[in-house]
Design a protein around this ligand. Structure first.
Ligand code: MN
Length: 134
């Protein structure tokens, strides 16, 4: 089984470190970027199985970055999960309408985080195999 590749786009170093540690401990290959621009570049280069996109980033925010990923034919197939501390009603809908395939709220739940990521990857690949050929 090949290791699933996760690109974490996150400007908060504590969150980045925690997410990275949890994913590495569960056998994922982890890449990270601290700005949307760097994240977009890395997404093109790495073509990860999933992009965990912090929605609150300095400069270009995560919603704009998710839109950019889905607007680019080179990256639109990538699974993108919006990650945000905002748990207000409507935030999930905003993330999904920006092109995110899923939405996850912070804080990171250490016991279930890796499993949650695994489930997002599974449902994203299910969607791809049931959709018409690209
Ligand atoms: Mn942030």
């Amino acid at each position: 089984m090949t290791r699933k590749r996760i690109l974490i786009v996150e400007d908060n170093l504590l969150n980045l470190e925690l997410a990275t540690d949890l994913l590495l401990a569960n056998g994922f290959a982890v890449f990270s970027a601290q700005t949307a621009e760097e994240g977009l570049r890395m997404a093109r280069e790495i073509s990860p199985d999933l992009v965990l996109m912090d929605l609150g980033l300095p400069g270009m925010d995560g919603l704009a970055a998710a839109k950019a990923l889905k607007a680019n034919p080179a990256t639109r197939h990538l699974a993108v999960v919006g990650h945000s501390a905002h748990a207000m009603k409507g935030d999930k809908e905003i993330a999904l309408s920006a092109g995110c395939d899923g939405y996850l709220t912070k804080p990171i739940q250490t016991r279930t985080f890796a499993e949650t990521i695994t489930r997002f990857i599974a449902s994203a690949s299910e969607r791809q195999t049931t959709s018409s050929p690209r």
